[in-house]
Design a binder for this molecule. Sequence first.
Ligand SMILES: [Zn+2]
Length: 214
Amino acid sequence: MAKNKQLRSARRAEAAAGKAQIVATAKFPTRFGRFTIYGIKGSGPADEAVAIQHGRLRRGKPVLVRIHSQCLTGDVFGSQRCDCRAQLEFSLRRIAKAPSGVVLYLAQEGRGIGLINKLRAYELQDRGLDTVEANRQLGFAADSRDYDFAAAALKALGANSVRLLSNNPEKVSQLEKNGVRVVERVPCQPPASKHSRAYLQTKKKKMGHLLRSV
Ligand SMILES: [Zn+2]
């Protein structure tokens, strides 16, 4: 117990030196398994994230990690326009079965453009644009997310070296640039629904996501 406390305070000190700090910790039983939930804050007003961790992280051992960007329509309502909830559940199952792992949940709705703009983009997609064209028509990049804070949050948890559940090579390179070592990219591709197939094909063709045939 004392050792845990010591480790936690060391991590808090380390994180304060970086850009993220653990500000709350609680037990978190879920239908996928038993986790610990962390509230993490950074220096910027938007730098807030939740992490749920399964098992104990060991120094020097790569941690199985999913970095998930918030998707209200998918994660909460079960939308099939995207594959977010399927990826989240796939990751939670994988991590709950592994000796240890982390899901870091970031408030970057709609690949960083916000919820209402995401709905505007859906409206444009209903008129025939794909997800990249729709975002551009609204004046945004295809993907406005960045992972600087995510990297700081992982370091705050002690996950300096990770096996990353992701299909997104940009996520891998941003983490590495920010000092988190990605020793392996673990594909995160649950079966696609017929509604999300076109969306996934656009992610593959236009955004370089590494997806098997969809
Ligand atoms: Zn989504």
